[in-house]
Design a protein around this ligand. Structure first.
Ligand code: FDA
Length: 579
């Protein structure tokens, strides 16, 4: 060991979690070093579904437009198709990812952003470039080996893989964003629940012009029910669009007990041929890799000065597309807290709220993603396709649904219902947006939890109750139209009020902590011409909402009050961990 390098926050990993932690921290002016094991960022597409909450985070961090420019837009994502192969018979479709007309309206009402498909090998450079441009220091080919921590900081030993030597980095905090085999999480002793290696899967990345089988039913995902498709994997064979309609990724299962097959080009080609179903189409295999379906989550995300984010603390299959979304949202939750602790505004106790708020989300999404795999089985069941049988039997069962018999009609109904039920995987808007945080960094306002009026997994329900994300409404400032979410964020607290809320504005301005103030009403700084905000805010004009830098409501008061200064000060002390 020759040198000790110093920084405020050392981040291990440059995947979605590490890259977005670096981006948020550098945006807030916090010195960071990112070390990452390989010589490049992700070189395969990996995670891709990017939900509205993540797009809101990216909007706040100033990279939304860059992502939109590179991503496949929402309207090309939406016809999740079940078929016997791309060239074969189609069994049904689900309008997905907000493309059902009703879901589309719900998406538009929920957020100023749109979902998109942004493959990880395109997303990582956007995050990392912006982070580095804002001052994050990035070291490729640098491997985290171990760490120790004391009362003042963390000392990590890393290896420069280019030179082969090791050195130490001294940081005030360490973020382990080192993925599903996290050494940081293991070294920090984070307790994990669940199981790794539940099933075996193979990713095959390939190029082929599949326009003729896909452009008329544009989709991110085409599910293939072919012989062998229920062995291991994620419930069926999957052809995933990486770039319309020439770049693709196939997911195919294997029996985890028997071990992964030899991933030769011939093997990869045979799977591509089976799922595409057209041997005349030229195919170029780019890569193949084996991975396992995991069902594991950490009960605690931190140990002292070490915090883990992303797959390091939640490991699950790609179903519902939650992997990188949740990883980016973990980092966003943690970054402002670290910033305020590092600059002395908050007590380190604030950092305890990271586990309290994010661990329940991690558990929920791991459970949801694995449940989604199990919910594919009824599609096969509807075709009597689950029990071991010959390919001929399976094709005969699939063909039987076309008969003019009562039994075939029942089969058609079962198939339709089983496919429609997959909305819990492909249109789970509530899973994306309904997080409610309960922690010491949220001040309850004494109102009872109203629960959800509709299925909380499928439908977003806005709320301004402390612990919920600030509802989105379009408001105006002169000729400019903006979202209420555009008035918050940028690393600072925001107080929203209306006419009669002058005491709240004065109270916010008198605090030691920077609080932006937003007054919405006729003749005010912002106006609410559609009345949307008045419908969503759940408080009268003169009430107040205090919104955290991550867009979550931390404090709510239903009226004007001469005690505004005291109430707001008390709430802030509590949120920042001073009491
Ligand atoms: P991620 O795994 O992305 O990043 C970990 C980072 O840590 C990497 O930069 C790595 O180099 C670095 N690292 C690890 N150990 C280190 C060490 N000791 N020292 C220094 N650096 C270290 N999801 C999905 O929705 N659809 C999909 O098709 C796929 N496919 C897929 C394929 C492959 C091959 C993988 C590995 C993963 C997927 N995923 C996926 C999962 C998805 O990629 C995952 O959920 C997110 O990338 C999680 O982001 P993280 O940043 O937490 O980890």
């Amino acid at each position: 060991v020759s040198t000790v390098v110093e920084t405020d926050v050392l981040i291990v990993g440059s995947g979605p979690a590490g890259a977005s932690a670096a981006l948020a921290l550098s945006t807030y002016g916090v010195p960071t070093i990112v070390v990452t094991r390989y010589a490049s960022l992700a070189d395969t597409p990996r995670a891709h579904i990017t939900n509205q909450r993540t797009m809101e985070v990216l909007r706040d961090l100033g990279v939304e437009q860059e992502v939109v420019a590179q991503a496949t837009p929402q309207h090309l994502m939406g016809n999740t198709t079940f078929c016997t192969s791309l060239a074969g018979e189609e069994l049904g479709r689900v309008r997905s990812w907000g493309n059902d007309p009703l879901a589309q309206a719900e998406h538009e009402l929920a957020s100023p952003t749109r979902m998109c498909d942004m493959p990880q090998h395109l997303m990582e450079p956007v995050l990392v470039n912006a982070a580095v441009a804002r001052g994050a220091r990035l070291r490729f080919e640098t491997e985290y080996l171990s760490h120790t921590q004391d009362a003042d900081g963390v000392t990590a030993t890393v290896r420069d893989r280019l030179r082969g030597d090791t050195y130490e980095i001294r940081a005030k905090y360490l973020i382990g964003a080192d993925g599903g085999r996290s050494k940081v999480a293991a070294d920090a002793g984070l307790p994990m629940g669940g199981q790794m290696g539940v099933a075996g899967s193979i990713n095959i990345v390939f190029e082929a012009d599949l326009t003729r089988y896909t452009a008329h039913r544009p989709s991110t995902l085409y599910w293939v029910l072919a012989p062998g498709a229920t062995v291991g994997g994620i419930g069926a064979g999957l052809v995933r669009c990486v770039r319309p309609w020439n770049e693709w990724l196939i997911v195919w299962g294997y029996d985890v007990g028997a071990g992964a097959p030899d991933l030769t080009t011939e093997y990869a080609e045979s799977i591509v041929r089976k799922l595409v179903g057209d041997d005349d189409i030229p195919v170029t295999i780019k890569s193949s890799s084996a991975w396992t379906v995991n069902e594991m989550y950490a009960e605690r995300y931190a140990n002292g000065r070490v915090f883990c984010a992303g797959d390091a603390v939640h490991r699950h299959p790609p179903s519902n597309g939650l992997g990188s979304n949740t990883s980016i949202q973990d980092a966003y939750n943690l970054a402002w807290k670290l910033k305020l602790v590092l600059d002395g505004t908050a007590h380190p106790r604030l950092l305890d709220s990271y586990t309290a708020e994010r661990a329940p989300v991690g558990r929920q999404i791991v459970t949801r993603a694995n449940q989604s795999i199990r919910e594919t089985a009824p599609v096969f069941e509807a075709l009597d396709g689950l029990s071991p049988q010959t390919p001929e039997q399976l094709w005969a069962n699939i063909a039987a649904r076309k008969d003019a018999t009562g039994a075939a009609e029942k089969q058609r109904t079962r198939l339709r219902e089983a496919i429609a039920f997959k909305v819990y995987e492909f249109n789970a808007h509530g899973v994306d947006l309904n997080q409610r945080y309960a922690s010491a960094a949220i001040v309850p306002d004494g109102t009872p939890d109203p629960g959800f009026t509709r299925d909380p997994e499928l439908h977003h329900q806005p709320s301004s109750r402390p612990g919920a994300r600030l509802p989105h409404a379009w408001i105006t400032s002169g000729t400019r139209t903006l979202s209420t979410l555009d008035t918050v964020g940028r690393g600072r607290f925001t107080l929203l009020t209306g006419i009669g809320g002058e005491d709240w504005v004065r109270a916010a301005e008198a605090q030691d902590v920077e609080i932006a103030t937003v007054v919405i009403g006729p003749g005010q700084q912002y106006e609410d011409p559609y009345g949307d905000w008045a419908r969503l805010r759940e408080i009268p004009d003169a009430g107040a909402l205090l919104v955290r830098p991550d867009g979550f409501v931390a404090f709510r008061h239903a009226s004007a009050t001469p005690d505004a200064g005291e109430l707001l000060g008390g709430a802030l002390r509590r949120i920042l961990g001073h009491t």
